[in-house]
Design a protein around this ligand. Structure first.
Ligand code: 3HC
Length: 682
């Protein structure tokens, strides 16, 4: 037996402890260790019962996802299925009690369901989150879960992938008991209690499976929900197919069907992209020159500058009221939180805070004024953060006597919903300030991505050309809806023009006016959005922008806009033509990629994956395509570069391929292989 799995005995009960930190992932080596323990238990006539338990902070968080990556990339050629091992556990003569704390996810829950009983601490969670990785449960989870929790609940858990708290899992029949205090002690006591009883095998239970007639409507509803809520994703539908097979076929046959679907999903491009996103989200927390051990500053109180007080507080109250309505928070919890907010009009109240986040209007003069005030009143060491989405952190920091304490924390709108936090490092920003903001992002359940300082940083510097290209397409003859639909069908949460209407077209218009003097002569500029703004069409908030909006902000195409575009473009001498969906998608997405390549080479983005995580969490890029850089790698950089060269010839020099893209394309390499970051000063 390996160090990863230990077999001991307590009070005549065999105890199998899985010890594979940090999350006890069920790697091949752990499975082999469990198999060895099971072999010994099979021979041990004296064992009265068996307990499986996880060492450390959790039970088992699932199969080892790294091994899946190795399998699909051909690094390993085979990975043994867990299924036969689970059958052996289920067939043990003595009752098997699974003792759960932390998380029993994926293969962890599948293992637990092969036991005869499951007990858990009330803080534990169970779930089948495989769909989030583009796969489905592959060790009979789609077969055993409906037998314990019923078809409807199993469909929800396997198709949506959301975790279930222990208390609910008990109600649904997934758990048999919650225990308090020491889990192992509780598990041994429970094991002794059931030792003399017959061990119920999950796979032989059928009382919750329902009949085809009862289930037909449930499956139809699940498919409809999956198509709507998880648009474009293959795995949720595959999970539903597997559960349906389980409700109609004998266990063994349905398991074969599950295996088939699992393998198809695992080798899909979607799964590779989603696994990239899973590890990417963890990778971005790793900053080459800010090690994990870097001390952080305490942040117990934060000042926010830039809300109109009554309006700001009213929005906070409204958001909290919605959370109470949806059952996310209790009223008491919300009342306590609201008491922590103190409105003020006086800068001197910030004297004692650990951090200030400035969120005033996007004007450099105003921001500098605010920062000089903060510099005057804030205590030494307080973090002075700006929420700017495009302006220079260094210039803002120059208004203070402590540039080492100044950093960008670019929250995405709406900030209580969006997960992305772009953390912008100025030339002088202190490492402990960076480490503190990265830690804070985790505390706020956000994904913090560190980027360098340049106009628009990573997200908006790429988004500018992307939206500009969308407008060029409209100028050249594509309809507003055709452009938005093409990108929506590609998987974007929203089309680029509708996104402008949502964010407010006037924001970009003001920024363009402020920076017009920096525009290079001879470079084509999009002009329709400026004209729309001149007509007061700022988007949703004014009831009209690219689209017109009803009182519930529902959009509809506006024939007036189509007419205006025709007039304006003909006056500008731009010929109109039919434009294919393929061209719309390629021009918009490749312009993202081209700018991303520049950011990567300049060291503004640390790695290609950082750009991907920014786009997945802040810009509605479809997770199943892995982010713009991953997508370009999947298409092939040579091909992307050649297409960009064609665009350059047709449309002009703003399409010049980024040097890095040309180089990597020529060498047959990927962005993922590029590691060009040279340090903070690069
Ligand atoms: N396999 C491999 N590594 C894993 C892993 C897994 N299943 N789960 C987590 N890790 C790694 C992370 O990459 C991270 O590594 P790092 O420190 O080198 O960056 C480390 O473990 C710690 O993970 P987190 O930072 O995510 O820790 P948290 O405490 O924030 O979260 C968690 C813990 C909730 C368990 C979260 O890690 C998680 O959701 N993990 C994935 C769960 C999952 O998807 N399970 C299903 C796997 S597929 C499967 O089981 C197929 C089966 O049906 C056959």
């Amino acid at each position: 037996m390996s160090d990863l799995v230990q077999l001991t005995k307590m009070d005549g009960v065999a105890v199998v402890t899985i010890n594979n930190p940090p999350v006890n992932a069920l790697s091949s080596a752990v499975s082999a260790g469990i198999a060895a323990a099971v072999a010994q238990i099979e021979k041990d006539d004296a064992a009265r019962a068996v307990v499986f338990i996880g060492a450390g902070r959790t039970f088992i968080a699932g199969a080892d996802i790294k091994e899946f990556g190795e399998l699909t990339s051909g690094k390993i050629i085979c990975r043994e299925s867990l299924k036969p091992l689970l059958l052996r556990i289920e067939d043990l003569r003595t009752p098997v009690v699974m003792a759960i704390h932390g998380t029993a996810f994926g293969g962890g829950l599948e293992l637990a369901m092969a036991g005869h009983y499951r007990i858990a601490l009330s803080s534990a969670q169970v779930g089948q989150p495989e769909v989030k990785l583009g796969i489905i449960p592959g060790a009979a989870g789609t077969q055993r879960l409906p037998r314990l929790a019923g078809v409807a609940k199993a469909l929800e858990m396997c198709a949506e992938g959301s975790p279930v708290k222990a208390e609910d899992a008990l109600k649904f029949g997934i758990l048999d008991r919650l225990v308090e205090g020491d889990l192992l002690t509780g598990a041994i006591a429970f094991a002794k209690e059931v030792a003399a009883k017959a061990a119920p095998k999950t796979r032989e239970r059928s009382e919750k499976l329902g009949t085809p007639e009862q289930n037909a409507a449930i499956f139809a509803a699940a498919r409809e929900t999956a198509r709507k809520k998880q648009r474009g994703l293959l795995a949720p539908l595959a999970a539903i197919d597997a559960i349906e097979a389980g409700s109609q076929l004998p266990f063994d046959e349905a398991c074969k069907k599950e295996e088939e679907l699992f393998t198809k999903c695992l080798f899909s491009d979607q799964s590779k992209a989603l696994i990239h996103a899973f590890f990417g989200e963890r990778e971005v927390a790793k900053i080459p020159d800010v090690p994990k051990e870097m001390p952080t500053l305490g942040v117990d109180s934060v000042g926010i500058v830039g809300a109109a007080l009554d309006r700001g507080l009213a929005s906070i109250q409204k958001n909290y009221a919605n959370s109470v309505k949806r059952g996310r928070f209790t009223q008491r919890f919300v009342d306590e939180r609201l008491k922590l907010i103190r409105p003020t009009l006086d800068y001197s109240e910030f004297a004692g805070v650990d951090m200030v986040v400035e969120a005033v209007f996007e004007s450099m003069a105003l921001k500098k004024e605010v920062f000089s005030q903060l510099d005057r009143v804030c205590k030494p060491g307080a973090i002075l953060a700006t929420n700017t989405s495009s302006l220079s952190i260094d210039e803002i920091a120059s208004a203070t006597s402590r540039p080492q304490s100044v950093i960008g924390t670019h929250f995405f709108s709406p900030a209580n919903v969006m997960r992305l936090l772009e953390i912008v490092r100025g030339a002088a920003t202190g490492k402990e300030v960076i480490a503190t903001c990265m830690q804070l992002s985790k505390k706020l359940s956000k994904v913090g991505v560190l980027v360098g300082n340049c106009m628009g940083f990573v997200g908006n510097r790429m988004f500018g050309p992307y939206r500009r290209e969308a407008q060029f397409l409209v100028e050249e003859g594509a309809s507003v809806e055709a452009v938005d639909n093409a990108l929506y069908e590609f998987g974007m949460a929203m089309g680029p023009l509708a996104t402008g209407d949502l964010a407010g077209l006037d924001v970009g218009w003001r920024i363009r006016k402020e920076f017009r003097h920096l525009q290079k002569p001879g470079i084509r500029q999009a002009f329709i959005e400026d004209r729309l703004c001149e007509l007061g069409r700022f988007g949703q908030k004014t009831g009209a922008g690219w689209y017109k909006y009803d009182e519930n902000r529902r959009p509809s195409p506006d024939p007036q806009v189509a007419d205006l575009i025709r007039q304006w473009t003909s006056a500008a001498g731009i010929p109109r033509r039919q434009i294919s969906v393929e061209e719309i998608v390629e021009r918009c997405i490749y312009t993202l990629v081209n700018e991303g390549a520049r950011l990567l080479e300049e060291g503004i983005a640390l790695r290609a994956v950082d750009i991907d995580i920014i786009y997945l969490n802040g810009y509605g890029f479809p997770a199943y395509r892995g982010g713009p850089m991953w997508y370009a790698d999947a298409v092939g950089l040579k091909k992307v570069c050649e297409r960009i060269r064609e665009f350059q010839q047709c449309f002009g020099n703003w399409w010049e391929p980024a040097p890095l893209l040309q180089r990597l394309g020529g060498q047959g390499k990927t962005f993922a292989e590029f590691s060009g970051w040279q340090g903070a000063a690069a």
